[in-house]
Design a protein around this ligand. Sequence first.
Ligand SMILES: [Zn+2]
Length: 302
Amino acid sequence: MYDLILPYLPIFIFLLGACVGSFLNVCIYRIPEERSLMGPRSHCRCGKPITWYDNIPLISWFILRGKARCCKKPFPFRYFVVEALTGVLFLLCWVLLSPVHAWVGMVFMAILIASTFIDLDHMIIPDRFTIGGMVLGVVLSGMFPAMHLDTLSGVFLLDSVHAVLVSLLGAFVGSGMILWLALITEAVLNKDAMGFGDVKLMGAIGAFCGWQGSFFALFGGACCGTLIIATVMLGQALGLRLSMKAIKETPRKKTKDVSDNLEWGSSVPFGPWLALGAALYWLFFRVETLQFLSSIEVVFTQ
Ligand SMILES: [Zn+2]
């Protein structure tokens, strides 16, 4: 029976991701406005409720060609992007990682995606993702010590306590590192460089990834961010009309004025880059980073 299902499991995992992505869209849209996730049901922008068959992740978007059935107003492409992205990340977790890292990874990816898009829209990251993520990271570490430990002792309680300590250290180092970075940048630039939401997000990243992972997320994320922003700005300078509209949905209630065009000195949310760094670490660089850092340790102790 299992042999029959096995070849289709990746498809199932991708679809699971798309459904979770669909729910994340609701979270991203409603949580910053402090509306309930349970009800009312999803409505079109014209006010009509959306039927279940027009609300199937990914598929409905294709069938309706991105336009609402009722009033033909275009759906934000962003909804499709979030569903597809969640599906792809879930699939990558499944294909690349051990079972524990795959399942925990899916939870972690969901937190990162929600944080990213809320930060893009509102320049805030709600506590239920940052502090909630931190608590969840510690709890999951206690339940699945293999998250942090390569070799288990065999005594569950011992491993569990060990993993929780690793997770707590990660949360502490992660948030501490970015706090210092923010303080230094503020002193140098003489303006607010980072929000406290980023500090708390780094706490969550550390709780899931350990201190090595939060190190990678911060510096890897900052490098990716600098590269991508520099490319976009270069493109704008060359006259390309690049805009963040594809990934950003204009919120009905803007908390801060966030321009679609990037300019020098304009505030760019930092959370998405941290999330990108964390996702890259979890999916591709965990083993490599651990080996690299332990090789440094060997050099120093010799
Ligand atoms: Zn409508």
